[in-house]
Design a protein around this ligand. Sequence first.
Ligand code: C2E
Ligand code: MG
Ligand code: MG
Length: 871
Amino acid sequence: MRIDANLERSTLSQIGVSLLLLAMLLTGNPVLANNTFNVAVEYSGEPLSVGRHFQFYEDSAAELELGDILLDRDFGERGLIWQSIEEDVPNFGYTDSVFWFRTAINNITRDHAQLVLSIDYPLLDQVDVFFLRDGKVVRSFMTGDSRPFSSRAIPHRKFVFPIALNPGQGTELYMRIASEGAVQVPAHVMDQERFFLEDMSELAIKCVYYGMMLVMVLYNLFLYASVREKAYLFYVGFVSCFALMQAAMHGVLFQVGYPGLPDLHQLSVLVLVPATMLFACLFSVSFLDLRSHSPVLESLLRWLVLASLMCVVGAFGLNYGSSTRISVLLVVVASLLMLVSGPVAWYRGQSSARYYTIAWLLLLVGTTSMALSKFAVLPSNLFTEYGLMIGSAAEAILLSFALADRLNGEKEARYLAQQEQLRATQERMRAEEALLYTSTHEAVTGLPNRVPLFECLDRLVSEKHVPRFAVVKVSMGRSDEVAKTLGHDNAEQIVAAFARRLCLKVESMSEAMAIIGDKQVVHYEPYAFLFLLELHHTAGLKNLLAHMRRELSAPIEYQDMLIDVGTLMGASIYPDHSDNGLELVKQAQIAMGFSEETEYIYDHSLNPYSERRLRLMGELQTAIEQNQLTLHFQPQLDVNSGRVVGAEALIRWNHPEYGYIPPMEFIPHAEQTGLIKLLTAWVFDHALFALRQLMDKGEEMDISINISAANLHETNLVRNIQAMLSKHNVPANRLKIEITETAIMLNPDNALRVLTHLHNIGVKIAVDDFGTGHSSLSYIKKLPADEIKIDRSFVTDMSVNPDDEVIVSTTISMCHNLGYSVVAEGIEDSTTLAKLAALECDVAQGYYHSRPLPFDDFQSWLATLAEQAPA
Ligand code: C2E
Ligand code: MG
Ligand code: MG
């Protein structure tokens, strides 16, 4: 006897089928029985499995009719050899043969028996049943699933045939079975009532099963509708096809769905098996995300998807046998692959794969235990009997659970991703804040830098909330020296210490304005700071800054050293000087340049960086070379006699475009650029030339020439002056050199050396602008000076300002005590002259007598004076 897979089980329980095959191979063929018709079913009231009670004949040519069989029985005409069966379920697998079965059913009870013969395999194509009594056919049924449902003796999904037997009565049974699928005959004889009772409970179980599968399908369909995740759809396809396939194989679909269409019933079985596999493979690929976790398994399963699709299509064309054989192969390969895919994906980190793996294992356990119970390896009970259904239901539930878990996992992953995004955003914001902080603050001091300063200034200027404020710049004047001596790192420490001191000071000032947050001081340049002061009136600002500067100038203690950083300060005022932030800061910087001269507040006229100034500076050299400069002369008169004893030569620049340019505007630049050397030489040349002319006219007077601090550093200054004196043939004692007190104090040692040298060659020395340079008389005393010129700022107003008068009076007497002649400059009226005379001042110079005059005018002035003088 051939052995084959049980199609129903094999197609559904993929792994089970292999085991079933193996088991059947091991159990071997049924044993041949003898040729006598000695088999019978003795019905004693209990249900009977009739497999072993049959004899069968294989009609390989499919040529025999019942008549032929009966003739052979009666007359041995054909010599047919009937074989006995040693199994409960005769199974001949796939075969083209027709099988004849025969047995007798005897009622050995004392009751009338209303029995049924049921053949529990609904996929047999042709089932012809003949009941004979006394050698005659009394009842026959021609049915099978290739015939309409109406051919059935009793309308039932299985093949059920009624048998009525009186007590002790018997009937002969002949069956002809042919099928394109597996030929297996699980036949039972039992009491009709009992059959239907048992059938009802079996149906109840199946209803529960189909109901549950339906719920799973609907639930996941609903989920698919809401989450639009393909895995749900594949799951729905898989479970639907699986359940429909079961229903087709149980015969339910045929009975309920299309009882008149046996062809459709045949086709549905052929289509539903590969369709189930198609969806199972698609589901596995999608659910396990095999593309990420195992591309090899993914492509294998995708090939199977293609194969399944071809099987589905093939079902319409191929014959039943080939189609089912290919499907069985497909099922075996796909089941193995899916069984492997779960653990692989699980191992590669797909956590939901654990449910998938367990789900397929449950199906395997269910089908295997059912298969094993068929071979009595396991006891037959509810679980083993319905193993496939229980396994598949458990699988469906677990896969549904797995989908929910995956949904949950994805939700969690999304949540985590959002969290991560949030964290990244916060991180970025923190980084941006840090970046913003570093871009708006100086690392060394932690103070805001120029960025927030200009934002604040722009705001102040545009909003105009504060009507008047000062921009104050504070700088470490000796920063260069400090950095070069102590190194960059130490310099930074000193800058930080200086900043702390400045901040403390500024914080204590109620007028100080916040620039960013509560920070009031800006670290503007490596060695310079800025702050803003609200001004109610300008008057006190200069004193305030002077006072502050003194406080900030105290040496900084650093590593046992006392470091003098040389504080410089300068301020500009909004809106007086500008209403532009950048401009105000520039002006404060310029004003800082004056702080050496105790001027702290910006003044347009002093701005060395104005356009006019820059232009003038560019043109100065040409002006000197092209004689655009002239000398004016201002007379100096003996206070007592009124005699002209000298004249001060004062340089003038009459610019072709700007007109008269005061020396205070271009001398400082000449000093900075070195042009002062050329300029001074020019002055000497022209002044001595003029003096020579005056001397030639018999004037007995000195000429005073101003020199700058820079001239004191000229190597050949003395020699050049000597050369100039001889050039114009002027004796040295007629030349008086004026140098300001401030210029002397810039480098007192050098000043002393040069001036002594000049003094030694006979030139007279005058200390100019005395009283403004904070020098002490005790120092002046060391200088070889002949004359002290009291600054005109004390003189001009002395007649109205008693303080000035005191200063002038004290200076005159002190200078006389030290043996100096005293010149008062800036005399503008007779009262002042009279006062000076009273104070015994020696020489007077000022507008009262004459403004500085061009040489010709000066000569005329001298002539007029001579005319007026009493002979
Ligand atoms: P200084 O040497 O003190 O010159 C006196 C200044 O006082 C002159 O200003 C003069 O015009 C002005 N002055 C004289 N009497 C009166 C008066 O009664 N009232 C007023 N308000 N002012 C009076 P100037 O000519 O503008 O010169 C300014 C300064 O420029 C000079 O101050 C001097 O320091 C410098 N300077 C002038 N010429 C030269 C020069 O050839 N070489 C150098 N190095 N400096 C020069
Ligand atoms: Mg002078
Ligand atoms: Mg002067």
